[in-house]
Design a protein. Structure first.
Length: 95
């Protein structure tokens, strides 16, 4: 069963970043999947910190990790409601 949604994503570098020749440090990941006949949409957004030297790297790593870990938990049968309880510690240990 295909999810009854169409997911689109995009990001824009803000004016302050453009004026100061900084790159976009935000990231987002989305995916649609089906597990045991049930459709899911998984999405994560991360706001990089402007003062970090390479915060876009951490931001991208975070959204990719959280997306993959969420899928892993869903596939293991963990309830959607409890998955967020584990993700903060998982992310801290990952980074």
């Amino acid at each position: 069963m295909t999810p009854p949604f169409l997911v689109k994503k995009g990001k824009i570098v803000g004016q302050a970043h453009l004026a100061n020749f900084k790159n976009c440090q935000d990231s987002l990941e989305t995916t649609t999947l089906e597990i045991k006949g049930k459709p899911y949409i998984v999405g994560w957004i991360s706001d990089g910190c402007s003062f970090g030297a390479h915060s876009e790297v951490g931001s991208n790593l975070a959204t990719q990790f959280l997306t993959n870990k969420t899928i892993e938990y869903l596939e293991s049968g963990l309830s959607v409601e409890v998955i967020p309880l584990f993700l903060f510690d998982d992310l801290i240990n990952f980074l």
